[in-house]
Design a protein around this ligand. Structure first.
Ligand SMILES: [Zn+2]
Length: 268
């Protein structure tokens, strides 16, 4: 495996663990990245809790969210969210879909997200809402069909975050680190916003101009590397450091030859 891809898999597994460790995702939710060598493909873990994802778990998909090699492991049902956003937004290189508890009061009431402090600007100015029912009627609420993913990507438009009524949030980034930064700080902002609403009717939010300027903090300072280093340390402290070894996910074509061992055991 090319060194660049090995590094990318390590970074993406750490991203999954960071976003989980910071309380944005739990058993569900996922972080993906566009393939570092092929813009028409992306990497997403096999179906498992993000906090457990290792560099070995990633499956390579085309932008229609079909696996490049048929895996022998189960896949996330909502992977079309990722593929359709990569298809629609060439500058997006990482996507996270989550159901963060901090956002749920906003999503249940259709309340707009507003940045209430400078780091909350990562969510952008009035990120759009999308409701699956509007276009697709009664569903099980999972975004599984390509047309559902494409509809969500259209709602995201040129924004970096789309709020999904009665479901969750999808966040895009120019890089894995950028996406993680947006996820964590938009979740913090949502938490503070909801708390603020319990003690006051009015929220003093950032102005559109302030939001735009504060949104640049991430690219104009050491904020991104500083946060990544801090969150990585917290993952390590929690005992969740990722194993350095990287192996590709097993495919169906790869025979599993363990018959000999079993035969020997039976003879004993
Ligand atoms: Zn979901």
């Amino acid at each position: 495996m090319a060194p660049k891809l090995v590094d990318a898999r390590r970074e993406l597994s750490l991203a999954n663990r960071i976003v989980a460790n910071e309380g944005v995702i739990d058993a569900f939710g996922h972080v993906s990245m566009r393939h570092p060598d092929n813009p028409n493909r992306y990497l997403l873990s096999r179906s498992r809790a993000p906090e457990l994802v290792t560099p070995d778990d990633f499956i390579e998909y085309d932008l229609d969210s079909n696996p490049v090699r048929e895996p022998s492991v189960s896949q996330y049902s909502e992977r079309v969210i990722h593929g359709e956003i990569y298809k629609a937004r060439p500058e997006v290189n990482s996507v996270c879909h989550h159901h963060c508890p901090a956002f749920m009061p906003l999503l249940a009431t259709g309340t707009d997200y507003v940045p209430i402090f400078h780091l909350g600007a990562v969510g952008g100015i009035k990120p759009p809402y999308w409701d699956q029912h509007d276009e697709f009627g009664d569903t099980n609420m999972l975004v599984c069909k390509p047309e559902e993913g494409a509809s969500l990507a259209r709602a995201l438009g040129a924004h970096w975050m789309v709020l999904m009524n009665r479901h969750g949030v999808t966040v895009a980034g120019t890089s894995v680190k950028d996406c993680v930064f947006r996820c964590v700080y938009s979740a913090r902002n949502a938490e503070y916003q909801v708390r603020a609403l319990t003690i006051g009717d009015r929220i003093a939010s950032l102005s559109p101009g302030e939001t735009e300027k504060a949104g640049q903090i991430v690219v104009q300072t050491t904020g991104l590397t500083r946060s990544w280093e801090y969150w990585s340390m917290r993952v390590a402290k929690s005992g969740g450091a990722v194993a350095a070894e990287t192996k590709p996910v097993k495919t169906k074509k790869k025979p599993v030859v363990k018959l000999k061992k079993k035969t020997v055991a039976r003879r004993k």
